[in-house]
Design a protein around this ligand. Structure first.
Ligand code: FAD
Length: 456
């Protein structure tokens, strides 16, 4: 049949349904709420915002998430149009009146002649038909088990343990240096995968004090601490003993500081390249529940990171997500079952806006496939394209953790000056390029769809 089935009517599923229906495809949304709940959702509405009511920055010239807003608006996104309709005053951020927002999304989808909603939990991966799975970070356990059976236990995570990610250009290389532990690595790529930041005893002790004193987030109800083995937050390690970190992620062995070859470091913080572009580095083993403000203060105590800017801060959450770089093709299809696409947070993006954007793309791709045309992914120079490129291959699969949109995912624009002023110019250059490329991609996609309609 030519019907598209979407499992999960959240941010991604709702947008996917809208896009496919607007393209002329019949859609059934299968949503388990209100029959089966999650620990975070409160209502039976589609596209419920589970926590904050913010879509973050709306600045499409200087901010990557603002650019994503712009791209979704240009593509007639339902999530953006409902958010704009229920916008609350919040300076440069797009804050949303959450209940009217999700009611509007629900009503507009239900009113669409091509959309129907079936309130049921789906607990297996269908063998036939076109499907999009967009069940989010709180995917029901039965479906989670079915996905795990298909993909293998290692390829589906139930928690994220996110180490902070730093923009490479903001690391002070007069203090840090590039070296893998014991100079391991066969290729140039492997040997340039690590940066190191040294600490003397005094710096280490001050760092531990700050870590112990920092404000931390409590776990949500329904989150268990059972996943702790192997990914303890650094502050919990520090609580277990002042030397624990020095024997764990901060061990000063197998590394020589070329800036001070005669001095033995007391502790060393390692950063690992986080994307193929080499623009982002994560701090190895530094998953943390420190609050964001405290986190930047504490992390900037690390020598070399005094001026660090963060593409994302660390966290630990209940989060079901795939190892997309190994499992999904560039059409967001499961390689082993190509009648199934994934979209939203379960693909390893992070955030309401990013999830909706991946729904937008998956909905359009599925509709195109049903209608017998091919829709290639948008170029990696656009925000949507940068995200999908990251999750379907740009990210390091071995250490894959959920990602929010940021300029570190974009191919660099060459020939621009450094420094703060330079950064503003660079971000503007990124967003100008993205808008041109997104507009051209949309026009090509829509031209193709019209061409098809003409032949039918
Ligand atoms: P969801 O919006 O969660 O939608 C998934 C839908 O699938 C749900 O409606 C669910 O009921 C349904 N479903 C699940 N399993 C099944 C099944 N087997 N059959 C049928 N239906 C099913 N992001 C932010 O930007 N800001 C925040 O403040 C924020 N806070 C968060 C707080 C928590 C506690 C969590 C868990 C996540 C938070 N996120 C936040 C992250 C994330 O961006 C949101 O969860 C976002 O809603 C993800 O969109 P989605 O469409 O992928 O999933």
């Amino acid at each position: 049949s030519n019907t598209l089935h979407i499992v999960g009517g959240g941010m991604a599923g709702s947008e996917a349904a809208w896009q496919a229906a607007q393209a002329g495809v019949d859609v059934v949304i299968h949503e388990m709420r209100p029959r089966v709940g999650t620990f975070a959702h409160q209502t039976g509405n589609l596209a419920e915002m589970v926590c904050s009511n913010s879509f973050r920055s709306d600045d499409s010239e200087q901010n990557a998430v603002g650019l994503l807003h712009w791209e979704m608006r240009a593509a007639n996104g339902l999530i953006m149009s409902a958010a704009d309709a229920h916008r609350l005053p919040a300076g440069g951020a797009l804050a949303v009146d959450r209940n009217p927002f999700s009611e509007t999304v629900t009503e507009r989808l239900k009113a669409h002649p091509r959309v129907s909603v079936s309130y049921e939990e789906i607990d297996s991966l269908p063998d036939e038909g076109q499907w999009i799975i967009a069940t989010g970070p709180l995917t029901s356990s039965a479906l989670g088990a079915a996905i795990q059976a298909e993909t293998g236990a290692e390829a589906l995570a139930f928690f994220d343990a996110i180490a902070p990610i730093v923009y490479a250009e903001s690391i002070d290389m007069s203090k840090a240096w590039m070296q893998s532990r014991y100079d391991k690595g066969e290729t140039e790529e492997e040997r340039t995968a690590y940066l190191n930041c040294p600490m003397d005893r005094e710096q280490y002790e001050a760092f531990i004090d700050a870590l112990l004193a920092a404000d931390k987030t409590e776990f949500h109800e329904g989150e268990t601490a059972g996943y702790f083995d192997g990914c303890l937050p650094i502050e919990v390690m520090a609580e277990r003993g002042r030397e624990t970190l020095r024997h764990g992620p901060m061990k000063p062995v197998g590394l020589t500081n070329p800036h001070q070859p005669e001095v033995k470091a007391h502790a060393i913080v390692q950063l690992r390249r986080d994307n193929k572009l080499g623009t982002l580095f994560n701090i190895v083993g530094f998953q943390t529940k420190m609050k964001y403000g405290a986190q930047t203060d504490v992390l900037r105590m690390i020598p070399g990171l005094e001026q660090a800017r963060f593409a994302r801060l660390g966290g630990i959450h209940r989060n079901t997500f795939l190892n997309s770089p190994t499992l999904l093709d560039t059409q967001m299809r499961l390689k082993s079952k190509p009648n199934i696409r994934f979209a939203g947070q379960i693909t390893g993006v992070e955030g309401y806006v990013e999830s909706a954007a991946m729904g937008l793309l998956a909905g359009r791709m599925a509709a195109a496939e049903i209608q017998g045309r091919a829709l290639t992914a948008p170029p990696g120079t656009t925000a949507t394209g940068a995200l999908v490129t990251h999750i379907t291959g740009g990210a390091e699969a071995r250490t894959f953790q959920p990602m929010n949109v940021n300029f570190g995912l974009f191919p660099p624009v060459e020939g621009l000056r450094g420094g703060r002023r330079g950064r503003k110019d660079r971000y503007k250059a990124y967003t100008d390029r993205a808008k041109d490329d997104w507009t051209a991609w949309l026009a090509a996609a829509e031209g193709m769809a019209e061409g098809m309609a003409g032949t039918l």
